[in-house]
Design a binder for this molecule. Structure first.
Ligand SMILES: Cc1cc2nc3c(=O)[nH]c(=O)nc-3n(C[C@H](O)[C@H](O)[C@H](O)COP(=O)(O)OP(=O)(O)OC[C@H]3O[C@@H](n4cnc5c(N)ncnc54)[C@H](O)[C@@H]3O)c2cc1C
Length: 557
C-alpha cells in the first residue's frame, strides 16, 4: 500500500467468507470503481489495521460495509471502533438472515445507516440503492470537500507534536509524514528547506508554512481567530463543555454570542478517549465526537468561535465587560461567562520539562496512540482520566503500565474503569509508585521510578509517558478583580455572601445570582467554579443555566 498514490475515496468491505467478500467487492467495483476505490478485507482486526493505514496516509473513507457474524470481532464491534477513525464514513451491516437484534443494537451503538440482507442479488435492486444512499449521505458531510493539510515532522520533535495535536483537537483533517520518509523529504525539498525546518505544513492550496505559530496555523486552516463585530450580548471564555453548552443555548436564544478558546474546543473532555457516563450515549462517546458535534451545533445557531486566542485580562466597565488577548486586541460584551476549566498539573520531576512533547505527553493519548503501536508505554495517575487513557492506549501499545501513587485504583477511579483495566491483559498496575526522574537526549528514553512502600528506586527504559496527575484552574489573569478561593477557583452565588455581607464593591441591591461571581454580570460555569462537580454533564448544565442567569442580569440592569 505504501507506494499507492491513488486518492479516490474508499468503500471498504469486511466479510470473513472469502467468496462473499470477493462478490461484494466485485459488485461494488462494477458500479462505483471509477470514482471510488473498493478495499476488501476478511476480518475486523484486518479491516481496522487497513483503516489506520488509510488514516495515516490521509485517505478518505466514504462507506463501511461489514458482515455481522465474524469470528474474532463482530461487524458491530468493528463498526464501533471504525467510527473513532472515520466518524464521517457511512455504515451498513450485512447479515445472512433477519438478525433484528443485532441491527437494533447497531442502530443505537454505531449510528447504523442501513441493514442489508444477504444475498443481495440482483445488486441493482438490493445493493446499489443502499450504497447510493450511503454515498449521498457521505457527500452531504463536509469531509470530502476538505482537501488535506499535510504535516511533515519528526516523531520526537515537540513542535511537530504541538502542530499535530492542535490540528487533531480542532478536527482539521491532516496527513502526517515523517521527515525521514520519501514523501516527507519530497515536500521538504519542494519547500526548499531541510529536515531541521520542521514542522512543515502544506495547506490544501499548496502554501508552505515552515514551523508556523499556532495562531498562524489556525488562520490558515480556516479557524476563526478574530471577532466579526465590536460588541456582543454574551462573551464566553473557554471552549470546553461548559463554554460550548453556553454557546449553544445563548445563540439558540438569539443572543449575539462569541466564544474565545485558547487552544482547541472540547477542553478536557475533548481529550477523553471515551466518555461513558454522559446522558444519551449508553455506549459511550469519544471526546472528539462530542466536541465536533457540540461545535457544529453552536455554529449552526450562529455562535462565533475564536480559537488560539488566550485571554489574559478583564476590564469591568460601567455597562460592559471586556477581555484582553495575550497577542493584543479585546472583545466586549454585556455579559461574560468564565468557563476556563482546569489545566493539567505538570509532572515537575527532573528532566520532564525538556522532554515534554518528545515522549512525555499531557493528556494527548488520542493523538499519540497510533505512534505507540507495539511499544511499552507508561501512564501516570490513578483517576478516571488516567484509566481511560490506559484502556485506550492498550489497544495500540504492546504493554501499558499504570504508575499509581496510592495503594489501589479503587479509591480514585470509577468501578466500571477498574473492571475494564482488570480485564485488559496488557495493562499492568504498579501501586505505591511515583516517577521521580525522566531521561533522554533527543527524546524520552528512560524513567526513574520510586516504590514508596519498599523505599526502592529503579530506572526503566521508556519511550512514552502519558501524565494524568490532576489539574488546577489557571485564573491568575483575573487578578484581584474577581474573587477566587485559595486554589484559584472562582467563587459564585451564595459562597460570596459571608455573614450576610455581599462581596466588596458589589454595588447592587440584590445578592449575586447562583453562578454569578463577585463582579455583577461576570458568571462562572464548569470546573473553574469553586465547589463545582468535575463532570461533563454538570459543566454542560451549568453553561446552559448561566445563560438563563445572564438573561436575568441583562433584563434588570
Ligand atoms: C482525560 C479526561 C477524561 C475525562 N473523562 C470524563 C468522563 O468520562 N466523564 C465525565 O463526566 N467527565 C470526564 N472528565 C472531566 C470533564 O472532562 C471535565 O469535568 C469537563 O471537561 C469540564 O468542562 P469545562 O468546560 O468546565 O472545562 P474544560 O474542559 O477544562 O475546558 C476549559 C477550556 O477553557 C480554555 N481556556 C482556559 N483558560 C483560557 C483563557 N485564559 N483564554 C481562553 N481559553 C481558555 C481551555 O483551553 C479549555 O479548552 C475527563 C477529564 C479528562 C482530562
Amino acid at each position: 500500500m505504501a507506494g499507492d498514490t491513488e486518492r479516490r475515496p474508499i468503500l471498504l468491505t469486511v466479510d470473513d467468507d472469502p467468496g462473499v467478500s470477493r462478490a461484494v467487492a466485485r459488485d461494488l467495483r462494477r458500479r462505483y470503481g471509477e470514482t471510488y476505490r473498493v478495499v476488501r478485507t476478511e476480518s475486523g482486526p484486518q479491516a481496522l489495521e487497513t483503516l489506520r493505514e488509510l488514516k495515516l496516509r490521509g485517505d478518505l473513507v466514504a462507506v463501511l460495509l461489514a458482515d455481522h457474524r465474524m469470528p474474532q470481532m463482530t461487524g458491530l464491534e468493528f463498526l464501533e471502533e471504525a467510527m473513532d477513525l472515520f466518524p464521517h464514513a457511512r455504515r451498513a451491516l450485512l447479515t445472512a438472515y433477519a438478525d433484528t437484534d443485532a441491527a437494533i443494537q447497531a442502530i443505537n451503538v454505531v449510528d447504523l445507516d442501513h441493514y442489508l440482507l444477504k444475498p443481495w442479488d440482483p445488486p441493482e435492486e438490493k445493493l446499489y440503492p443502499v450504497v447510493d444512499s450511503l454515498i449521498e449521505m457521505w457527500l452531504g458531510t463536509d469531509e470530502q470537500t476538505t482537501s488535506l493539510t499535510q504535516v511533515v515532522g519528526h516523531r520526537w520533535s515537540a513542535r511537530s507534536f504541538e502542530v499535530r495535536d492542535f490540528l487533531a483537537r480542532n478536527s482539521v483533517p491532516y496527513q502526517w509524514l515523517s521527515s525521514e520518509e520519501p514523501e516527507g523529504r519530497r515536500l521538504l525539498s519542494a519547500a526548499e528547506v531541510d529536515a531541521t525546518s520542521i514542522p512543515l505544513v502544506v495547506t490544501p492550496e499548496s502554501d508552505y508554512l515552515v514551523d508556523p505559530s499556532i495562531g498562524e496555523l489556525a488562520a490558515r486552516v480556516g479557524l476563526s481567530t478574530t471577532p466579526n463585530i465590536d460588541f456582543y450580548d454574551v462573551l464566553i471564555v473557554g471552549g470546553g463543555p461548559a463554554g460550548l453548552g453556553a454557546a449553544v443555548y445563548a445563540a439558540s436564544e438569539g443572543l449575539r454570542t462569541v466564544l474565545v478558546e485558547r487552544e482547541a474546543t472540547g477542553g478536557q473532555a475533548g481529550q477523553s478517549s471515551r466518555i461513558e457516563n454522559y446522558l444519551g450515549f449508553p455506549d459511550g462517546v469519544t471526546g472528539g465526537q462530542l466536541t465536533d458535534r457540540a461545535r457544529r451545533q453552536a455554529h449552526k445557531f450562529g455562535a462565533e468561535i475564536l480559537t488560539t486566542r488566550d485571554v489574559v485580562g478583564l476590564d469591568v466597565r460601567p455597562s460592559s465587560r471586556a477581555v484582553r488577548f495575550a497577542d493584543g486586541g479585546e472583545v466586549v460584551a454585556h455579559g461574560l461567562l468564565l468557563a476556563t476549566g482546569i489545566a493539567y498539573r505538570k509532572l515537575g520531576v527532573p528532566g520532564a520539562d525538556d522532554l515534554t512533547g518528545r515522549g512525555i505527553f499531557y493528556g494527548s493519548a488520542m493523538t499519540e496512540a497510533p505512534a505507540c503501536a507495539g511499544d511499552q508505554v507508561y501512564v501516570v495517575g490513578g483517576a478516571n482520566s488516567a484509566g481511560q487513557a490506559a484502556v485506550f492506549l492498550a489497544r495500540h501499545a504492546r504493554r501499558v503500565t499504570m504508575l499509581v501513587r496510592a495503594d489501589s485504583l479503587e479509591k480514585s477511579m470509577s468501578y466500571y474503569l477498574v473492571r475494564q483495566i482488570d480485564e485488559t491483559p496488557n495493562i499492568e498496575v504498579r501501586v505505591h509508585t511515583e516517577v521521580v526522574g525522566a531521561h533522554g537526549d533527543d527524546h524520552l528514553e528512560g524513567l526513574t521510578l520510586c516504590d514508596r512502600r519498599a523505599g526502592t528506586q529503579e530506572t526503566v527504559p521508556a519511550g512514552y509517558l502519558f501524565v494524568f496527575i490532576g489539574a488546577a484552574p489557571r485564573t491568575e489573569w483575573l487578578g484581584g478583580v474577581v474573587a477566587r478561593d485559595p486554589m484559584g477557583f472562582v467563587l459564585t452565588g451564595r459562597d460570596l455572601v459571608v455573614d450576610g455581607q455581599r462581596p466588596r464593591g458589589w454595588g447592587l441591591n440584590r445578592d449575586p445570582y447562583y453562578l454569578e461571581s463577585s463582579v455583577p454580570g461576570v458568571f462562572a460555569a464548569g470546573d473553574v467554579r469553586a465547589n463545582s462537580v468535575k463532570r461533563v454533564a454538570s459543566a454542560v448544565g451549568e453553561g446552559a443555566m448561566a445563560i438563563q442567569l445572564i438573561h436575568g442580569y441583562l433584563e434588570h440592569q
